[in-house]
Design a protein around this ligand. Structure first.
Ligand code: GTP
Ligand code: NAG
Ligand code: NAG
Length: 405
């Protein structure tokens, strides 16, 4: 995913070229509509809904939110009086949260994030709040656009394009809300930058409620730029989770500063990462922790481990670390049952983000989000962009996405 983002940098609204509103657009082919028409729709009051492929994890979803938030923020720079809101898609039965089921009600964003802080970047709204005000008949979305990848992948020539396939059926569940419906559903092939969605939305300029399905398909228009980081900074966790992490860090890790100097943070991704030996063995992991401690003269005793591994794997890791005598391994376990899997994961991330030195898992979005948090906190990037190497085979160098102020 990250690779593709290189190819779609900075395609802001202004630069979306020569469009024609005929339901088909391929950049530089003079078929595209005039995007200045979109200025008109940006001015009117609109609600923007989006839904993500159910298989995607929490941390990729955070990234998709940023793509939409930045899309809107860029437009707001051009048009002063916008009255758009992003409707935050609730967290429903995430595949990775083993304790959750489809029967559990969808969870609002304020369970995990600080909504006033998100709102400083772009206007957002929780779905359940909107539903309280929709009256007896529920909520009807004007147009649901179901995005699809192009069937054939044009290799070497990844250009922005989209194409209306025609009316189609929505097979999803609207996050479990039975009283959400749609006036029309349109399937659209889509490739490249998210800014093209303005062109798509211009197909029905009078719509006030617009939804995109498979919202993970459009890519960042501004990955790693200043606006990216401004958006990222606004994504603060909610106070309850920050407090839980803070309390743990003080009590168990004996640190009471924002940037701790006395423990190592490890994100040890297991489960599907064990396939293809992407994650090192217990021995390999402990060897690398120890070598890092020695090579970098960190003089660390306390090791905090965030992981989705099994109890057995974690016990083995702890045991092996303790066999070195000098190490003490720490794992966060919630004391209260209301701390659900999604919250534990965030607390793990906060604790890792405040460690003296962090070692993550290669290619994990969970790790990327910790690295971003550390950039925001102002840690030296050398302490952040590190990852565990597989036992055998090539160890890829971590790309550095450093903060832009
Ligand atoms: N508590 C906890 N949960 C974790 C940890 N690592 C992964 N998880 C869980 O597993 C899920 C999967 O990770 P994602 O956040 O989706 O990112 P990823 O799978 O690493 O990245 P992809 O390769 O894009 O799937 C997380 O959302 C958590 O629920 C961890 O260190 N601690
Ligand atoms: C819509 O459905 C949800 C649950 O699915 C319910 O809580 C809400 O009251 C309903 N709203 C309306 C307007 O019927
Ligand atoms: C530590 O240094 C040794 C010797 O230079 C090197 O072989 C090893 O890869 C380093 N390990 C880590 C984890 O930095």
């Amino acid at each position: 995913m990250l690779l593709l983002c290189f190819m779609c940098i900075n395609l802001v609204l202004v630069s979306a070229e020569n469009a024609k509103n005929n339901g088909h657009c391929e950049k530089n082919t003079a078929l595209c509509k005039d995007v200045d028409q979109a200025i008109d729709i940006i001015k009117r009051e609109k609600l923007l809904f989006y839904e993500i492929n159910p298989a995607e994890g929490f941390n990729l979803r955070r990234d998709v939110y940023m793509r939409f938030a930045i899309l809107l923020a860029e437009a707001r720079k051009r048009v002063v009086n916008t009255n758009w809101h992003i409707v935050l898609p609730p967290w429903h039965a995430l595949y990775h949260w083993k304790t959750e089921s489809y029967k559990d009600p969808p969870k609002p964003w304020n369970m995990f994030f600080n909504i006033p802080s998100l709102s400083t970047f772009v206007p957002v709204m929780e779905l359940h709040q909107l539903m309280q005000n929709t009256g007896r008949y529920g909520l009807k979305i004007d147009t649901v656009y179901i995005l699809k990848n192009y069937a054939t992948f044009d290799d070497g020539d990844f250009k922005d394009k989209w194409n209306v396939l025609g009316p189609c059926k929505y097979g999803g569940s609207y996050w479990g809300y039975r009283n959400i419906t749609a006036e029309r559903v349109i399937c659209v092939e889509f490739q490249g930058s998210i800014t093209q969605l303005w062109e798509v939305m211009n197909l029905q300029p009078d719509d006030r409620k617009i939804m995109f399905v498979h919202a993970e398909i459009p890519l960042h228009s501004s990955y790693g730029t200043k606006i990216y980081w401004d958006c990222r900074k606004s994504m603060q966790f909610n106070a309850e989770l920050v407090l839980a992490a803070d309390t743990y860090i003080k009590k168990e890790l004996k640190c009471s500063t924002a940037k701790c100097t006395n423990y190592l943070g490890i994100h040890w991704r297991r489960q599907d990462f064990l396939r293809g030996n992407r994650s090192p063995s217990v021995k390999g992991t402990v060897d690398q922790i120890h070598q890092t401690n020695m090579n970098k003269s960190l003089h660390i005793r306390d090791i905090f481990i965030a992981s989705d591994g099994t109890d057995k794997e974690l016990k083995n890791l702890q045991k092996r670390l303790h066999s070195y005598r000098r190490y003490k391994a720490h794992i966060y376990k919630p004391e209260e049952p209301n701390i659900i899997a999604g919250k534990v994961a965030i607390i793990d991330q906060i604790i890792c983000s405040r460690s003296l030195y962090f070692i993550g898992s290669q290619g994990s979005t969970f790790t990327y989000r910790i690295q971003e948090e550390r950039e925001i906190l102002g840690f030296d990037s050398d302490t952040t962009f590190n990852a565990l190497c597989p036992d055998v085979g090539k160890c890829e160098k971590q790309s550095r996405w450093t903060i832009v102020h």
